[in-house]
Design a protein around this ligand. Structure first.
Ligand SMILES: [Zn+2]
Length: 304
């Protein structure tokens, strides 16, 4: 709360200093300035907006988006954006900035696909945060299709003269995501093992969609410290289910996953929750990293 008040005060100074002209990134360039909360939303906006938009991602590359804090400049970018695309209930600082700054056009991803609790493996002691809402909706490609439709709609309202182009690009993106979804369905249809063990429990929506069962070493956030009894339960499931691989991720420490794999003499691999793209990512964008995820899941699961 303290951060928010300070940010608001700083914003007032920015506005006064700027003589009330817009400091948004798109100002003066003829582009629509779009502020997005984290990477997958950026991907959708860039694909559809193309050179008609200037996109600011509040979660910088390499920064883990859970518990994001905003600078005064970032709060100002929310205030002056032509469109803000975020997910209410995921990043408290972004929720506050949107609520307080009231940007003229907003897409809340949680109104398109409501957040829900996602099932983990149903074994005892394996779900440390079952009652919390799962924010990781973007790991289901069909959700991304719905985001594409909403973004095309809002960009078209903001700039009606380019509506046909936005619609065309949205159609192409939906087609690409449909292919990705089909490849996941086909690729994960026949597997020797459907249980997978991963770093933080980001893959609930993905697991649900493709008939897999996720066991998270930590809960819905990467920094949640698992209890010894939870770790013991994860170990037990891994052994019972013949798990071959313990997955870690690119933006959070692999220490827990590595230790678990070492104890159980299992392989480690990366399953990327796509919370940001860096040079360490196995791909350069949403579809390519998702395809790396598919390949890793297929290998770990012994899929045909
Ligand atoms: Zn996450």
């Amino acid at each position: 709360m303290k951060t928010t008040r300070l940010a608001a005060a700083a914003l007032a100074l920015v506005v006064m200093a700027a003589g009330c002209t817009s400091p948004a990134t798109g100002a003066g360039t003829g582009r629509l300035s779009v502020v997005v909360a984290f990477y997958p939303l950026q991907y959708v906006v860039e694909q559809i907006g193309g050179d008609q938009v200037s996109v600011t991602n509040l979660t910088k590359p390499g920064v883990e988006p859970h518990d994001l804090e905003l600078t005064a400049k970032q709060v100002a970018s929310v205030a002056f954006a032509d469109l803000v695309f975020y997910e209410k209930g995921f990043q408290a600082a972004v929720d506050s900035a949107v609520e307080e700054q009231k940007p003229k056009r907003v897409i809340d991803a949680a109104t398109i696909v409501p957040l829900r609790t996602t099932p983990g493996f149903s074994g005892e002691g394996t779900s440390p945060s079952t009652s919390a809402l799962d924010p990781h909706t973007w790991l289901d490609p069909q959700t991304m299709e719905k985001y594409a439709v909403a973004v095309a709609q809002q960009l078209s309202l903001a700039r009606p003269e380019t509506a046909a182009t936005f619609q065309q690009r949205a159609d192409a993106l939906v087609q690409q995501l449909t292919t990705l979804d089909t490849d996941f369905s086909t690729g994960l249809a026949t597997c020797q093992r459907t249980v997978f063990v991963t770093s933080h429990a980001a893959f609930g929506y993905l697991a649900e969609r493709y008939g897999l069962e996720q066991v998270g070493i930590t809960g819905l956030t990467p920094d949640a410290e698992p209890t010894p009894s939870h770790l013991a339960a994860v170990q037990k499931i891994a052994q019972q289910k013949g798990v071959t691989t313990i997955f870690s991720e690119t933006l959070a420490s692999p220490a827990l996953a590595d230790a678990l794999a070492k104890d159980l003499k299992l392989k480690t691999d990366v399953l990327d929750p796509l919370e940001g793209i860096t040079s360490a990512s196995r791909g350069t964008d949403y579809p390519s990293v998702m395809r790396s995820n598919l390949s890793a899941l297929r290998t770990a699961g012994g899929c045909q």
